[in-house]
Design a protein around this ligand. Structure first.
Ligand SMILES: Nc1ncnc2c1ncn2[C@@H]1O[C@H](COP(=O)(O)OP(=O)(O)OP(=O)(O)O)[C@@H](O)[C@H]1O
Ligand SMILES: [Mg+2]
Length: 154
């Protein structure tokens, strides 16, 4: 049985993209993510889901809370059965686009998450899987990670 935190959300329209962004935000808050961590994950999810919609012809996102030791995170998989990506390395390069975009969605989202994997087969589809961990749980104590100062919190 899937854990209670498991969600599958369709990505076949702009309205569903907006719903997805809100669902990711809510899941990130529930997982204890700070504001900056929430925003990084929502931004990455938005770009990857936009790719699912625009390049993959629509699909779905699976989201679930994960834990490793005492660390809480969120895993998201963006799945479509579209044309696939022929050259993943090229697609990951900053500025490369096949569709007149900025070519920053894949490369930018990779920098916003902790783990990132692309599984794509030409003619069969694409799955991009990402994981983000809640920084405040990483060291087993609360860090003021959102201030960007690099100093431990109180
Ligand atoms: N799910 C997908 N299915 C098929 N091709 C994809 C998929 N996701 C990305 N690609 C390919 O990788 C390229 C790079 O994607 P990326 O998101 O970086 O840029 P983009 O979507 O073209 O522009 P933008 O900066 O607006 O996101 C796309 O132009 C497309 O060719
Ligand atoms: Mg894109």
């Amino acid at each position: 049985m899937k854990p209670a935190s498991f969600q599958r959300l369709l990505v076949t329209s702009d309205v569903e993209l907006a719903v997805l962004r809100q669902s990711v935000r809510t899941a990130a808050i529930t997982a204890g993510f700070g504001l900056v961590e929430q925003t990084k994950l929502v931004t990455a999810a938005s770009e990857l889901a936009r790719n699912t919609l625009l390049h993959g012809g629509g699909g779905y996102v699976e989201m679930e809370q994960v834990t490793s030791s005492a660390v809480v995170g969120l895993r998201l998989a963006f799945v479509d059965e579209g044309p696939g990506i022929r050259d993943v390395e090229q697609a990951m390069a900053d500025g490369w686009t096949s569709a007149g975009g900025l070519g920053l969605g894949l490369s930018g989202s990779r920098r916003l998450v902790d783990e990132f994997a692309v599984d794509s087969k030409p003619g069969q589809g694409t799955t991009v899987t990402v994981v983000s961990w809640a920084a405040r749980h990483r060291a087993g104590r609360r860090w003021d990670g959102d201030s960007g100062t690099g100093h431990p919190g109180p």
